[in-house]
Design a protein around this ligand. Structure first.
Ligand SMILES: [Zn+2]
Length: 148
């Protein structure tokens, strides 16, 4: 049996509890490289709120997640931070540099570049090219996908 206290600080600013699926049995499966890279991102952008980390298949289905979502593999998380100092292009450069493979921008109202609501960041295989950027509206409709 592997019992770990998810609350134990894992990096300077994150503990594993923040990446657990607390709404479905508090389960967790996580590639720890994800936490390390999110910590690096935190050092650039400041405090980060992880709004969704690992998702069980059941929970993922309940939130209409893509069936093969990297959230179900412990390779993805959704985050919010103070987006105001950053534009889309600067975030793309930072996220690519840090080693994420897929990035999803969720724009309230669906206007790319306006009202960023949350970011999906993941280290799964890129969906296109070597680094894939997707823009979505906050209802989950894809606006565009580009390989970078
Ligand atoms: Zn996501």
């Amino acid at each position: 049996m592997n019992n770990i206290d998810l609350q134990n600080i894992y990096t300077d600013n994150f503990n594993l509890q923040e990446f657990a699926n607390s709404k479905d049995g508090n389960r967790i499966k996580l590639n720890l490289n994800l936490v390390f890279i999110v910590q690096k991102l935190r050092q650039i952008v400041g405090p980060i709120h992880v709004t969704s980390g690992y998702r069980t298949k059941r929970f993922n289905a309940s939130v209409d997640g893509s069936p093969n979502s990297n959230h179900t593999k412990g390779l993805a998380c959704d985050v919010q931070f103070d987006f105001t100092p950053w534009n889309r292009e600067s975030l793309i450069r930072i996220l690519k540099f840090l080693g994420f493979n897929n990035v999803g921008f969720y724009w309230s109202g669906g206007n790319v570049g306006k009202n960023l609501t949350w970011l999906h960041i993941d280290i799964g295989l890129p969906h296109a090219g070597e680094f894939c950027v997707m823009d979505w509206d906050t209802r989950g409709n894809m606006i565009k996908m580009e390989a970078r």
